[in-house]
Design a protein around this ligand. Structure first.
Ligand SMILES: [Zn+2]
Ligand SMILES: [Zn+2]
Length: 257
């Protein structure tokens, strides 16, 4: 399985993530933080299915630009999968004729199609281009999903944004084999107060995860670290876990097999 981790922007260091987007096997996207701004248009055209983890800006902000940049010749209508609450939030607070035009209204009035929104339930799976995608409930300030992606070669998890919660840890442990795991660690330990308020994880949570995990550990790639706190988070993780984990590098393709 090929996973391209998309850069947040030219102003953001490669190991930091302000905006989240991953492209799997060139055609399935997880989140759309920088999909419409940091991916060449011809590569965006190959993306037909987008799975949104939740409605926060850093995960959805480039969605309008992705839709605007699609080639008029493209015959594929993109499908955007998300929790029902996320789709409602996008409609009410984003595509609302104020922040951005109401796409559904224009579709209705003009008989055109820009995209298709499809709600997904916890535990449900979709298969897109021979990749099976399953939604896991996370514990964040708004309804949020992590995703498990499986193709013929590998099973890879994407867990962000969330606080530590046994529900998703145990769901991952139940898998017969997990090849790789993108796992969030947003703040350093001294900012536990903010992590608790915003329901994110700190290095102590990753330590707990490693301690609690039964069976063989998958390859763990830490993501969603605030760029200005990167050194602190990396140092704390190294001190606790050594080389057992790695920090994500955006702009890079990861291959899992
Ligand atoms: Zn969030
Ligand atoms: Zn986020």
């Amino acid at each position: 399985m090929d996973v391209d981790v998309i850069r947040s922007g030219d102003a953001v260091t490669k190991e930091g993530q302000l905006l989240s987007t991953y492209i799997v096997n060139q055609c399935v996207a997880i989140d759309a933080g920088s999909l419409g701004t940091m991916v060449p248009a011809v590569e965006q055209d190959r993306v037909s299915d987008i799975f949104l983890s939740h409605c926060h800006m850093d995960h959805v902000t480039s969605l309008p630009f992705f839709l605007e940049q699609r080639s008029p010749a493209s015959e594929v209508l993109p499908t955007i999968y998300a929790h029902e609450a996320c789709i409602d939030a996008l409609q009410t607070h984003f595509f609302n004729d104020l922040i951005w035009p109401d796409l559904l209204r224009i579709e209705r009035e003009e008989g055109v199609r820009f995209c298709r929104f499809e709600p997904i339930r916890e535990g449900s799976s979709r298969t897109c281009h021979q990749v099976e995608i399953t939604a896991l409930t996370l514990s964040h300030t708004v309804p949020a999903y992590g995703f498990l992606l499986a193709d013929s070669k590998a099973v890879v998890g994407f867990i962000s944004d969330t606080e530590y919660s046994l529900s998703w840890v145990q769901a991952l442990e139940r898998l017969p084999h997990l090849t790789g795991l993108f796992l969030e660690c947003t703040f350093p330990n001294r900012m536990q107060w903010l992590a608790e308020k915003s329901k994110h994880m700190i290095p102590r949570d990753i330590e707990r995860f490693a301690h609690d995990w039964k069976g063989s550990m998958p390859r763990i790639i830490i993501n969603h670290t605030k760029p200005n706190l990167l050194d602190e988070v990396r140092d704390e993780l190294r001190a606790a876990l050594g080389d057992a984990i790695e920090m994500v590098e955006t702009g890079r393709q990861y291959v899992f097999e």
